[in-house]
Design a protein around this ligand. Structure first.
Ligand code: UDP
Length: 317
């Protein structure tokens, strides 16, 4: 099949491109490079079934030829990005989603929207099931992401319901692994970077808030299975093992022999207190469950951050 991956040079997108190529597909990676990095897919440049387009999907999809599948992953996805790139984040959820759906309609291509656990906001139902409608602050610091993705889901369902487009919606929970940006601001890169430099880990609040971390190749497997399933309802994809942020900090300090300990900082506004996916739907309908342990996933992730730090000029922050 001929597959378009928007956000193809991003963290998840680049792993998805690798997987689709390994499955024998022709892959077009499109990325604006606002948060994606060209080097994430540089190693794929010599693969004949791979092509690369630099473009902002919210403005244009300059991809010629008929597509069979569109994975719409393009979006900033870190709380620090929402502050730096508020409009890019809103337009990635709105305009870019619309372009992908219109292209899906024109080509008869199936479109998968990468939605997010953030549609549940600071959830009042735990663990989060797909039938839960969420608890989102529409004007808070995360709203540019949360509400753009909620709109993206509504748009996707409308194209499916009223215009017959074949659609899938993945609600992606916290994901980690190689190719996360070192200064992405998210908790795993922040802790790894701090621990590798033997600095104290910055735990926000008292660290009792929880997240559930899924290794990137597990997530990618879920995305591929969802795309090829007949499930047009939203589907949670995430690892149901829940950990507090303090537990993660202690784990990272132990794992990297960091004697510098922990430093507590104020909790950012609207930081969700807990998050864990109910993956019954994914397990029953896709036969999917995450496979990679936190220890193995973190070993690969730390190796990545070590290599990034090792390749930087001395003195660079
Ligand atoms: N966090 C933290 N220290 C950091 C970065 C993040 O304690 O240096 C916390 C953050 O407040 C949140 C959790 O870790 O409770 C996960 O944050 P992240 O930005 O990775 O993802 P999200 O909040 O979007 O789930």
């Amino acid at each position: 099949m001929r597959v378009l991956v928007t956000g193809g040079a991003g963290f998840v997108g680049s792993h998805l491109c690798e997987r689709l190529l390994a499955d024998g597909h022709e892959v077009v990676a499109l990325d604006s490079l606002v948060t994606g990095v060209r080097s994430n897919v540089a190693h794929l440049a010599s693969v004949p079934r791979f092509s690369w387009v630099e473009a902002d999907a919210s403005r244009e999809l300059p991809v010629t030829g008929r597509l069979d599948r569109i994975f719409h992953l393009a979006s900033p996805a870190s709380p620090i990005d929402y502050v730096d790139l508020p409009f890019e984040t809103l337009y990635a959820g709105s305009d870019a989603t619309r372009r992908c759906l219109e292209r899906g309609e024109a080509d008869g291509a199936r479109v998968l929207l990468a939605s997010t656990s953030e549609v549940y906001g600071d959830p009042l139902v735990h663990p989060q099931v797909e039938t839960y409608w969420g608890n989102v602050n529409s004007i808070g610091p995360r709203s540019v992401y949360d509400e753009a993705k909620r709109y993206a889901e509504a748009l996707t369902v409308a194209f499916h319901r009223y215009r017959g487009v074949d659609t899938r919606i993945a609600r992606i929970f916290n994901t980690y692994g190689p190719r996360m940006r070192l200064h992405d601001g998210r908790v795993i890169p922040a802790f790894c970077w701090q621990a590798l430099q033997q600095r104290p880990l910055t735990v926000f609040g008292d660290g009792s808030q929880t997240r559930s971390f899924c290794y990137v190749t597990d997530l990618v497997d879920g995305l591929v299975r969802l795309m090829e399933s007949d499930l047009d309802l939203p589907c949670n994809l995430g690892n149901p093992t829940e950990r507090s942020v303090l537990e993660v900090a202690r784990f990272v300090n132990r794992f990297l022999d960091n004697p510098a300990g922990i430093e507590f900082r104020p909790l950012p506004a609207d930081d969700p207190t807990r998050r864990r996916p109910d993956i019954t739907r994914a397990s029953e309908r896709l036969g999917w469950e995450p496979d990679v342990s936190f220890e193995d996933g973190m070993a690969a992730t730390v190796a990545w951050f070590r290599s990034v730090l090792g390749s930087r000029p001395p003195g660079e922050p």
